[in-house]
Ligand binder design. Structure first.
Ligand code: ZN
Length: 166
């Protein structure tokens, strides 16, 4: 069968930037598994997968807007530590993330991650590390099956590569 809405798809991938810098790849024997049409992989890759079948190879280039978003300079900020509640301040170390309203779009919430600290301020970014990057995906489709009724009602894949419920 070919990949359509609600297909459960297993695939191996490698991804690099348009400049050829390696970004990520699936582990040998551990393909990525997702349910098609549910926004579980980046939009540009999901549309490229549609209609393909087991054994097919797909090379696709995905623009930032269809991957991890455009880079937004407004989201790289220096924040005085005093704006954080005293109880939280000790946790403000590189890697700490928190949600806050977008600096110029009041209706948008953004996840910011702390990248560095100076005496009285934190350097934070709301940009995904791959924001602004055009990505080149190389895909091998390993398995395609229909989702079970239970998977459909949960909105995610069960079993190997998916969710395990107790
Ligand atoms: Zn479930």
């Amino acid at each position: 069968m070919s990949i359509t809405q609600d297909s459960v798809v297993s695939f191996h991938y490698t991804v690099a930037t348009a400049e050829g810098e390696h970004v990520d790849k699936s582990e040998e024997g551990q393909p990525l598994v997702y349910m098609h049409g549910h926004g579980q992989i980046v939009p540009g890759l999901e549309s490229a997968m549609a209609g393909h079948a087991v054994g097919e190879h797909i090379d696709t280039t995905v623009a930032p807007a269809e991957a991890y978003g455009e880079y937004e300079e407004a989201l790289d900020l220096q924040v005085p530590l005093e704006v954080f509640p005293v109880a939280v301040r000790a946790q403000i170390t590189p890697g700490f993330s928190f949600k806050a309203v977008h600096p110029t779009e009041a209706e948008r919430e953004v996840v910011f991650t702390v990248h560095g600290l100076e005496a009285d301020k934190a350097f934070v970014s709301g940009n995904h590390p791959l924001a602004g990057k055009t990505l080149q995906f190389s895909i091998d489709v390993v398995a395609v099956r229909a989702a079970s009724a239970e998977e459909l009602s949960h909105g995610h894949v069960h079993g190997p590569g998916g969710h395990h419920h107790h």
